[in-house]
Design a binder for this molecule. Structure first.
Ligand code: ADP
Ligand code: ADP
Length: 228
């Protein structure tokens, strides 16, 4: 079933840059889609638009199977993971993962189980009381993923999340995200410029090209988990 549909979306920035031109894309529930393409082809712009972090110039974003809130977004259903983990240094790991629930007015006591479940999913349940400065880059990224998962989103958007990490850490996190996708049935859209990463992770690769940004090729495949 279609979860999100980009209908002939164009995006022109105030600078005059045409970042996306008539881009159409349907992502179905349960897919792991990599948005692959060279730097500047509009991957981040497409992801941000899906997340509601920027208006479209032309076209529409539709959520055929979700209840829509007043901001035109599906109710509580999207989480975003950026390349920078952007943790609050003065808060513990627990406090950082609590934030999205706190913003929804949920008390710490009521949030505790969900926070610990998210931390367990990323292998950090023993680090709830640690501070970000005590963690490695890979662990900080895991906290950031736990924070994204704590609201139990239907859709997880990741914008080159592991690009700044070393190769081994990156590979471990790729395996974790894949396992997470398999176990939870979450839909993932994963922006990358790595052909290897997209081939390793995705159940579908959507290749974009630049000038103007749009879908160039779109093909299904088996994730490395399913190939085993
Ligand atoms: P990618 O994620 O594929 O590297 P982006 O979506 O970041 O590509 O950028 C697509 C194009 O839009 C590029 O030419 C970029 O310079 C331009 N662009 C991105 N964000 C902005 C912005 N806020 N203002 C103006 N131009 C932008
Ligand atoms: P990650 O494994 O999160 O990608 P690193 O490989 O950089 O991060 O790990 C840095 C240090 O932190 C290593 O000594 C590793 O053993 C330790 N570490 C990472 N994750 C955990 C964990 N879940 N439990 C215990 N120690 C961990």
């Amino acid at each position: 079933r279609p979860l999100v549909v980009m209908n002939a979306v164009s995006k022109t920035f105030s600078s005059g840059t045409l970042a996306l031109s008539d881009m159409s894309l349907t992502v179905n529930g349960g897919e792991f889609v990599s948005l692959l393409g060279p730097s500047g082809c509009g991957k981040s712009t497409a992801l941000r638009i899906i997340a509601g972090l920027g208006d479209v110039t032309k076209g529409t974003i539709d959520w055929p199977s979700s209840r829509i809130n007043s901001r035109g977004l599906p109710e509580g259903d999207i989480s975003f993971v950026f390349q920078e983990p952007t943790l609050m240094p003065w808060q513990t790991v627990f406090g950082n993962v609590y934030l999205p629930l706190k913003l929804r007015g949920i008390s710490k006591a009521a949030a505790r189980d969900d926070i610990m479940e998210a931390l367990t999913t990323v292998g950090l349940k023993d680090f709830a009381e640690a501070y970000p400065r005590e963690l490695s880059g890979g662990m900080k990224m895991r906290v950031s993923i736990a924070r994204a998962l704590v609201t139990k989103p239907k859709l997880l958007l990741m914008d080159e999340p592991f690009a700044a990490l070393d190769e081994i850490t990156r590979q471990k996190l790729n395996d974790d995200v894949l396992r997470l996708w398999k176990e939870t049935g979450i839909t993932v859209i994963f922006v990358t410029h790595s052909v290897f990463e997209s081939a390793y992770l995705s159940s579908r690769i959507v290749v974009m090209k630049a000038r103007p940004g749009r879908v160039h090729a779109d093909f299904p495949l088996k994730t490395s988990l399913e190939r085993d």
